[in-house]
Design a protein around this ligand. Structure first.
Ligand code: NAD
Ligand code: MG
Ligand code: MG
Ligand code: MG
Ligand code: MG
Length: 330
């Protein structure tokens, strides 16, 4: 198999948050890209409008040197069984953007395949935006199965094609990527940050402060702090905030997010490591997602959302923001 950009035939299954960004970047990097989607599925028109050759998943898999699995994690096991394994050519490369199914034993890839992981550490919208401005999102990559002796090279080729290797690409394992990705999104990035914002906002509003002022303090301004973290860590935040803010943060932050929170984080990590979380999520999905939908509705119905919608209507600079159009999970 050749790994020069123009001769490696890549099929992407899925054209959502990650799939679209990977497809556009790989094409701009000179690769031959086919998108495999269910006819009439929700993103088929989008892929066609972007100018891609769209085929039914089985047909798209047949002609590929590398198949990237970019559908939701919960449909991948069945997709592998029904579509990928019967159609992928001998010795091809099977690529994932998250190690969940391989690590937790939901997919056992055929013996002749190279099996690799390339995971940009950022949502799809950012993967595309950073590529367009000539930068890139840092990525991790891993090799689960190396039959050709060139699996690592294939992962790096793909990583470079989506713009990842321009930055520090770090070699990891399926286990490390899966467990750290789940922990990050649960404890800190999505679960932890959301809860911190909601509880802070509720505390101010219940004490009688205006909901709009509380929104600015607890949600809107978080971006300014996160931008400082992103550029220069906690050090940079301390360089930019007032002495009063620093003293308050240093003495009160650990009161709110205390040793109990860390003990709970260790518990959350333990349930990821021992497979409890994976079993629970798979069972929930298979039972129709009643709890998942109800919990999500709770977030969408939280009163801070209505306040935010009203205030953001006046923030004209948000109109063209990629993240505003395509919110995505890490
Ligand atoms: P998504 O929900 O945004 O998109 C899923 C795509 O798959 C859609 O095009 C959908 O139509 C298609 N699809 C759904 N079921 C299908 C089926 N049975 N057959 C064929 N196509 C089907 O998904 P996503 O968030 O881009 O996640 C894709 C993968 O990338 C996952 O493994 C995820 O863990 C990983 N990942 C996501 C992010 C992120 O920020 N969203 C970041 C890193 C890694
Ligand atoms: Mg302030
Ligand atoms: Mg202040
Ligand atoms: Mg992540
Ligand atoms: Mg994730």
């Amino acid at each position: 198999m050749s790994t020069t950009p123009t001769s490696l035939r890549i099929t992407l299954l899925g054209y959502g948050s990650e799939g679209r960004a990977h497809a556009l970047n790989l094409r701009d990097s000179g690769f031959d890209v086919t998108v495999g989607l269910r006819p009439g599925g929700p993103t088929e028109l989008k892929a066609r409008a972007d100018g891609f050759a769209v085929k039914a998943p089985a047909d798209a898999v047949k002609g590929a040197d590398l198949v990237a699995v970019l559908t939701p994690d919960m449909v991948q096991a069945q997709l592998y069984r029904d579509v990928i394994e019967p159609n992928i050519r001998a010795g091809a490369v099977l690529l994932f953007a998250h190690g969940f199914n391989v690590h937790f034993g939901q997919i056992t890839p055929r013996d002749d395949l190279d099996v690799v992981l390339v995971a940009p550490k950022g949502p799809g919208a950012l993967v595309r935006r950073e590529y367009e401005i000539g930068r890139g999102v840092p990525s991790v990559y891993a090799v689960h199965q190396d039959r050709s002796g060139r699996a690592e090279q294939h992962a790096l080729t793909y990583c470079g094609g989506i713009g990842g290797a321009r930055q520090n690409a770090i070699r990891t394992t399926f286990k490390e990527e899966t467990e750290t990705d789940l922990f990050g999104e649960q404890a800190v990035l999505c679960g932890g940050a959301t809860r911190l914002v909601q509880l802070g906002w509720e505390t101010l509003v219940e004490a009688g402060y205006q909901p709009e002022v509380a929104y600015y303090e607890c949600l809107h301004e978080l971006k300014l702090i996160v931008d400082l973290f992103y550029e220069g860590g906690v050090t940079r935040m301390h360089e930019f905030i007032s002495e009063t803010a620093q003293y308050g943060a240093l003495t009160r932050g650990p009161v709110v997010v205390d040793d109990h929170a860390k003990a709970q984080m260790k518990q959350v990590l333990a349930q990821i490591q021992d497979g409890t979380f994976a079993r629970q999520w798979i069972a929930e999905y298979q039972a129709g997602n009643a709890q998942y939908k109800a919990l999500k509705q709770g977030d969408l119905d939280h009163p801070i959302e209505a306040v935010g919608r009203k205030l953001r209507a006046g923030m004209k600079w948000l109109d063209g923001a990629t993240a505003a159009k395509a919110p995505a999970a890490p």
